[in-house]
Design a protein around this ligand. Structure first.
Ligand SMILES: *[C@@H]1O[C@H](CO)[C@@H](O)[C@H](O)[C@H]1NC(C)=O
Ligand SMILES: *[C@@H]1O[C@H](CO)[C@@H](O)[C@H](O)[C@H]1NC(C)=O
Ligand SMILES: *[C@@H]1O[C@H](CO)[C@@H](O)[C@H](O)[C@H]1NC(C)=O
Ligand SMILES: *[C@@H]1O[C@H](CO)[C@@H](O)[C@H](O)[C@H]1NC(C)=O
Length: 293
């Protein structure tokens, strides 16, 4: 009786210690009242890297937590995952309003920066190792945040999104929105003009830009692959990089890797026969981030 009681207590203690997704109530300024979820692994690093993982339209923090294998990589590598969650616009991120597209302009972006600040402080995070990723609407937000807050993020990965400010001036960037001009790849700008949107988000900023991976399916009819090409041209212009070469069969047979510069700052992956959305490639992404060797 006594013995089984002790075993029960130990089991309870182990359960209590097991990492899980937690909701955080007060994380700072949050003008659009989005939600914050966090996953801190049991063996968190002393100075952990932080990845902000943003869900697609209709998603949530908890659904995106289950949507990739990033939590198990957090368990083995000690980094922290932030899962922002928006209740607004059919659970799609605000990627079209000036607030998000302006440094310190507010919007969903400001709430997410508060989450990053909160996490850096509370868990002694490494401010030089803050990353972001997302799928579809989350990928659109990845490009938006990378443009508006270049000083915060070291690198990012956008799966099936749009370039910075592509949907600017449209009512919403959602599948049900009346205006699909951007998602259909029909916004026309020169690389210089695309680059200007990013530069104008934070006038006078001369520091480094987040390194980026852009993934897209060539059979995507909801968000056309042209959107990813535009994003690559945009970032190439902002980073001052030239297209170098395409390599077929990377990371797998259906894909073509599109390399800018030496490939360490900007690259694209386009999948033949891949629709909406391009699957998350955790390993390729974490290597690009520098978290996996
Ligand atoms: C987002 O949704 C929350 C919760 O319903 C609401 O309080 C907030 O005002 C909304 N924000 C915007 C910008 O629509
Ligand atoms: C986040 O932290 C940075 C650096 O301390 C600060 O400049 C910025 O104002 C903070 N932003 C928010 C939204 O808390
Ligand atoms: C759709 O949005 C684009 C800008 O993203 C704008 O140029 C165009 O006029 C809009 N079309 C309609 C019908 O509102
Ligand atoms: C390869 O690169 C060229 C030049 O940038 C581009 O036009 C083309 O679409 C790329 N091919 C693929 C499969 O992405």
């Amino acid at each position: 009786m006594l013995f089984s009681g002790v075993v029960g207590l130990l089991a309870a203690a182990q359960l209590a210690a097991a990492a899980k997704l937690d909701k955080v109530a007060d994380f700072g300024s949050n003008p659009t009242r989005i939600n914050m979820y966090i996953y801190v692994p049991d063996k968190v690093s002393a100075k952990p890297a932080i990845i902000v993982a943003m869900h697609p339209c209709g998603g949530s923090g908890p659904s995106w937590y289950s949507g990739t294998r990033l939590p198990s990589y957090a368990d083995s590598n000690g980094f922290i995952l932030i899962y922002p969650d928006t209740p607004n616009m059919s659970h799609c991120w605000d990627v079209q309003n000036a607030a998000t597209l302006t440094h310190n302009g507010g919007g969903d972006a400001a709430g997410i920066i508060s989450m990053v600040n909160y996490t850096l402080k509370k868990y002694n995070g490494d401010a030089s190792k803050v990353y972001l990723m997302g799928s579809s609407s989350g990928a659109m937000m990845t490009n938006a945040m990378a443009g508006s807050y270049p000083e915060v993020f070291e690198a990012g990965a956008a799966y099936s999104g749009i370039g910075f400010a592509c949907a600017s001036g449209q009512g919403q960037a959602t599948p049900s929105a009346a205006n699909q001009t951007c998602a259909q790849g029909n916004i026309r700008h020169t690389p210089q003009e695309w680059g200007n949107f990013v530069r104008n988000a934070y006038p006078g900023y001369t520091g480094k830009r987040p390194r980026l991976q852009i993934y897209h399916g060539l059979a995507d009819t909801l968000v056309r692959p042209a959107c990813a090409m535009q994003a690559l041209q945009q970032w190439a212009n902002v980073m001052g990089l030239e297209w170098t070469k395409n390599v077929t069969g990377v990371p797998s047979a259906a894909y073509t890797q599109v390399i800018y510069g030496d490939g360490t700052k900007l690259e694209g992956f386009f999948g033949q026969g891949v629709g909406h959305t391009a699957p998350v490639n955790e390993q390729l992404m974490l290597k690009f981030f520098g978290i996996l060797s």
